[in-house]
Design a protein around this ligand. Structure first.
Ligand SMILES: Cc1ncc(COP(=O)(O)O)c(C=O)c1O
Length: 163
């Protein structure tokens, strides 16, 4: 964020709002200079999960302001009581949505520095151009083990039935 001279404005997650983002807080904090909102669900460390209706409300807020919606969903398969709702599953096709996933949590690959984004095609082309000089590719052990015995789920897709 600092590289791009951006400023991060935190929003509260309090008991009075069930530890979920409150649209009124986002309305209050967003300015004409706001470019994106970041929502983490399932949330670390609280474990709260964005309900479908709230995901739709927050997306509508982002849409109405022309904001990018960055959905950190790296805990997508690690929930307790509430089922995880992917923000992408309630998004409109034209939404400016960046969904973030990591292999750190679901595949216990913390430190391997591997994950992926789901983004609109035009942003994908831009990000591909950006990541090549910065990251280039994942580290060698991570490349060797993708789909291999250390990460059986990756070979045939995700989820308990895919290994
Ligand atoms: C909510 C959340 N998002 C993203 C990350 C980053 O994951 P990684 O850099 O290990 O892929 C973490 C790591 O703890 C996290 O808790």
């Amino acid at each position: 964020m600092h590289t791009f001279s951006g400023r991060v404005l935190p929003y509260p997650l309090g008991a009075e709002g069930d530890f979920l983002p409150r649209p009124e807080d986002l309305e209050r904090l967003a300015t004409p200079r706001t470019r994106a909102i970041l929502v983490t669900s399932p949330l670390n460390p609280l474990g709260t999960v964005l309900p479908r209706k709230l995901a739709q409300t927050l997306l509508a807020f982002a849409r109405s302001r022309g904001l990018w919606f960055i959905a950190d969903e790296v805990y997508d398969e690690l929930t307790f009581d509430d089922a995880y709702v992917s923000v992408g599953s309630v998004a409109d096709p034209g939404d400016r949505l960046v969904a973030v996933y990591s292999f750190s949590k679901v595949y216990a690959m913390t430190g391997w520095r591997a994950g992926y984004l789901v983004v609109p095609l035009d942003l994908s082309e831009l990000l591909t151009g950006m990541q090549e000089p910065i990251v280039s590719c994942v580290n060698t052990p991570a490349q060797m083990d993708y789909g291999g015995p250390a990460v059986p789920g990756l070979a045939g897709g995700r989820g308990p039935d895919s290994g």
